[in-house]
Write a protein that binds this ligand. Structure first.
Ligand code: FE2
Length: 286
């Protein structure tokens, strides 16, 4: 099956969107109106936190450690900011998401500076992975948006061939609690499960969308950050949502190679109610 990138002007019915995502197509919601305010809000926070008039080149205005410390503070401020959440949820709602049906984990501001010297550590890019290798939640839907203009050298890459093709990976032995303990101890550790064989990149797809657009895709897609050598940092925002009803019924994308021993329902909380997905979608009650 050939997977597609579908551009949507306006909204989609919640159920239709879920089905498209579970079938593997990528959705780009164009010029989502609350995203204009969201990007302006985030831009202001970035400028203030980095103390710069040129956010995408700020890494060249200060030394690496100072830059990374400022990024860390920025990410924390962003994550805790009620306006960020409010505006992003308004954007989801305007694409047709029924906020009463979903759980999410958190809103994350990812910064991918340009250049090899940032290839490890906190601002490192994410390698090839499926989010479902770690969450094991096949109704998980990912949302992704750039704050500033991006190019094919500064975006996400997808590998549609692997939608239905297994890739050997470490999900069967990966454990988030162990990752946390080892990170606290300062040990090098993979933040997400990794492939255990070379990735065939023949089907690579690099969507280039505009600030104000929202990319929506299944957490079961194999994807990665494109290594950034453009001389301009990538600032993007991401969130993961799960439809509570679908999670309860085990409806979602196919699992072709995930082997995680447990389902991470407790990573997600209701947007409206606040209960964890583990409580909201307890399969024993369905
Ligand atoms: Fe991911």
């Amino acid at each position: 099956m050939a997977l597609a990138v579908r551009e949507i002007l306006g909204s989609l019915a919640d159920e239709e969107r879920r089905q498209i995502v579970y079938d593997g197509d990528l959705l780009v919601f164009k010029a989502v109106s609350p995203m204009r305010e969201f990007c302006a809000f985030t831009d202001a926070l970035i400028r203030e936190s980095l103390d710069t008039g040129d956010p995408v080149r700020a890494q060249f205005e200060m030394d690496r450690d100072d830059y990374l410390a400022r990024i860390e503070t920025l990410q924390k401020r962003f994550r805790e900011h009620e306006d960020a959440k409010r505006l992003f949820l308004a954007a989801l709602e305007s694409t047709g998401v029924d906020l009463g049906r979903i759980c999410w984990d958190w809103l994350y501001l990812r910064v991918l500076p340009s250049g090899e010297e940032y290839a490890s550590g906190r601002a490192a890019k994410l390698g090839h992975h499926r989010d479902t290798w770690s969450s094991n939640v096949y109704s998980q839907t990912n949302w992704w948006a750039p704050i500033y203009p991006i190019t094919a050298g500064r975006t996400l890459a997808f590998y549609p061939d692997y939608w239905s093709r297994p890739l050997n990976n470490t999900s069967g032995v990966w454990d988030l609690e162990e990752v946390r303990v080892r990170r606290r101890a300062g040990e090098p550790v993979a933040l997400v499960p990794e492939p255990e064989e070379p990735v065939d990149t023949a089907s690579e797809l690099r969507p280039v969308i505009s600030p104000g657009d929202l990319l929506c895709f299944s957490g079961a897609h194999l994807h990665a950050s494109v290594p950034n050598a453009t001389g301009i940092a990538r600032f993007s925002v991401e969130a993961r949502t799960v439809d509570t009803g679908d999670a309860a019924l085990n409806v979602g994308a196919p699992n072709v190679d995930g082997a995680s021993p447990r389902v991470a329902l407790n990573w997600f909380r209701e947007v409206r109610g606040g209960a964890s997905l583990a409580e909201a979608a307890d399969p024993r009650e369905t």
